[in-house]
Design a protein around this ligand. Structure first.
Ligand code: ADP
Length: 352
């Protein structure tokens, strides 16, 4: 066999191997023009052999989320976007540089995973919904029973009431999470921060019942743009955690301040703190550093999960700093596009 023939066979084998890959592969030159693509790229991205060699990929996929990402430089991998070639399917896409200023676009079909994820979400939402009515009935009857009528059962009755209340709270939190998970964006409204901060402070004081020193430090009068209900739930969750995980005599500081990237809402406490190994998992559902402490203080294990989802919907992020035995700071970082100058300073909402 001649050398040229051997090379041709190797090349054909390589091409056949790439064609049998379930993932789409597109080779791009330094100007993002298509040099070559495999069969999966035809089905997943809708490219056509004989037509699409040499075209700029973002022009070819014009109007799709993928095209916008390519045009913006495709710096970070893209997760869960609609497949341009197969409506209803979903892709994870990344760019791998190789050779001399060439790039390889890789797209993986994640539709089976997203379908499973959808089934899980629906199941949790349905179970929570189904549990709501029987729990309301049980709770209602327990409230009707007067411990004075059956003094021997008074402690049992009190425990049953507390537990049915807890179950009710878990169901409500699960329903909130389901709603937040299926929501793609929030309806933007002005969220007056002075009133919001005063409310969360009052809630902290009510929960603490004088056991902690609670301070509010407002360093900016900016308002937020977003969902008042969801933001209230996130911001008050952090305050309630600070109260619940700080022993009597400790102090809690709620801060609202500008940062180079926008603004930050933070809650610092002098409480139990969290060992470093737990920090990355705190926002998982039902993840608790100490289950007994969480239950004793009426926790559902879903609070920080809700916080994370609310912040995601506002393109904001949560950071946590904590030293065991010393205390913790939970901070929400908002981008400048979410800030509004106070109402008195301007008529319509204006970016701050
Ligand atoms: P929970 O209802 O159990 O408080 P969260 O999702 O709000 O659930 O918090 C998850 C876990 O993170 C808690 O169980 C607790 O162990 C830990 N945690 C949250 N906030 C604090 C805090 N301020 N100080 C110490 N631990 C905290």
């Amino acid at each position: 066999m001649t050398r040229a023939r051997r090379l041709a066979i190797t090349l054909r084998d390589l091409r056949d191997a790439a064609d049998s890959l379930p993932d789409a592969v597109v080779l791009l030159d330094e100007a993002w023009r298509v040099r070559w693509f495999n069969q999966a790229a035809e089905t997943l991205l809708g490219l056509r052999r004989g037509h699409d060699r040499g075209v700029v990929l973002s022009d070819r996929l014009h109007g799709s989320e993928l095209a916008a990402w390519l045009r913006s430089g495709a710096r970070v991998p893209l997760h869960d976007i609609p497949a341009p070639g197969r409506p209803g399917d979903h892709l994870d896409v990344s760019i791998q540089p190789f050779g001399r200023r060439q790039r390889m676009l890789l797209a993986r079909d994640i539709s089976p995973l997203t379908r499973l994820e959808q089934i899980r979400r629906d199941f949790v939402a349905n179970v929570s919904h189904e549990l709501r009515t029987p729990l309301t009935v049980i709770h209602g009857y327990l409230e009707l029973l007067d411990p004075e009528d059956v003094p021997t059962l008074a402690p049992v009755l009190a425990e049953m009431r507390a537990q049915s209340k807890r179950m009710g709270q878990i169901v409500e939190d699960l329903l909130t999470l389901s709603r937040l998970e299926t929501q793609e964006q929030v309806i933007d409204e002005r969220v007056p921060m002075a009133a919001m901060l005063a409310t969360v402070r009052k809630e902290a004081e009510a929960l603490s019942q004088g056991r902690h020193r609670i301070a509010l430090e407002t360093e900016t009068d900016c308002d937020l743009l977003g969902s008042p209900r969801d933001l209230h739930s996130a911001l008050s969750n952090l305050v309630s955690n600070a109260v619940r995980y700080t022993p009597s005599g400790g102090s809690i500081i709620i801060r609202w301040q500008r940062t180079p990237e926008g603004a930050m809402y933070s809650v610092s406490d002098t409480g139990y703190g969290i060992p470093a190994g737990h920090l990355s998992r705190l926002t998982e559902r039902f993840y608790r550093v100490s289950s007994s402490r969480s239950r004793e203080t009426g926790g559902t294990g879903l609070g920080l999960s809700i916080v994370k989802h609310v912040l995601n919907l506002h393109q904001a992020r949560l950071s946590v700093e904590s030293t065991p035995g010393k205390g913790s700071t939970f901070a929400c970082h908002f981008g400048a596009e979410r800030l509004l100058v106070p109402e008195s300073g301007a008529g319509d909402p204006t970016p701050g």
